[in-house]
Design a protein around this ligand. Structure first.
Ligand code: HEC
Length: 193
């Protein structure tokens, strides 16, 4: 029973823990040009970028890199030139909360990328788009492996626990029904004698 409660808590918390969804925003708005730890694409690899700038500059950069570049920041201009003067679009509509959650996500991915991805990033820092299918495959197999290693949070495990409990209840009901019938039979027998 403890396990069931635990499973319910685990399942509901993994659904509920979105809040400001940094991962979702990153995947929707940034991943077309950036990776975290998988090498450069259209834009730079954002691994550890939270340590490169202070929060104020980072937020300003994401909201409008062009403003910083046009402001004459030499570091920004160099980066802009390095990336063939591809303009990163402005994201001035993102709130501080949303930016914070994106940075949290980048920070988390920087510290703890799945090991296979870290090694691909290391050997292919310069080759980029061509590696994407490989990375996707690695991601898929990493996910599969996680599924095997940690079955306790999986829906299959949850389903199995529910099934076992269900059959337990059915057995208990059947047992009581048999007991009741047995009592009835004994009573009838006694009254017949
Ligand atoms: C259209 C492609 C594109 C998209 C989408 C994009 N970026 Fe960029 N980003 C770039 C390019 C190109 C650069 C390099 C410099 C420049 O041109 O501004 C860059 C640079 C950066 C830098 C500075 C990196 C460094 O090493 O100094 C940060 C931080 C950054 N982007 C964050 C983001 C975030 C967060 C998002 C999503 C909200 C995002 N970018 C979406 C193309 C993009």
């Amino acid at each position: 029973m403890k396990n069931l409660i635990l499973a319910i808590i685990l399942v509901s918390s993994s659904f509920g823990a979105t809040g400001k969804d940094g991962e979702g925003i990153f995947k929707k708005r940034c991943m077309s040009c950036h990776t975290v730890g998988k090498g450069r694409m259209v834009g730079p690899d954002l691994k550890d970028v939270h340590t490169k700038y202070d929060q104020d500059k980072l937020y300003k950069w994401i909201r409008s890199s062009q403003t910083i570049i046009k402001g004459g920041d030499p570091e920004a201009i160099a980066l802009y030139e390095e990336y063939f003067e591809v303009m990163m679009p402005d994201f001035d509509f993102l709130s501080d909360d949303e930016l914070g959650s994106i940075i949290d996500y980048i920070e988390k991915q920087s510290i703890d990328p799945p090991p296979e991805i870290a090694s691909i990033g290391a050997e292919s820092n310069n080759s980029n788009a061509a590696k994407v299918p490989e990375v996707v495959n690695t991601l898929n197999s990493a996910n599969k492996r996680k599924f095997v290693v940690d079955p306790h949070t999986s829906p299959v495990y949850f389903g199995a626990v529910l099934t076992i409990i269900f059959f337990g209840v059915v057995l208990w009901v059947l047992l009581n029904a048999i007991k009741a019938i047995a009592a009835e039979v004994t009573m009838l027998r006694n009254s017949n004698e």
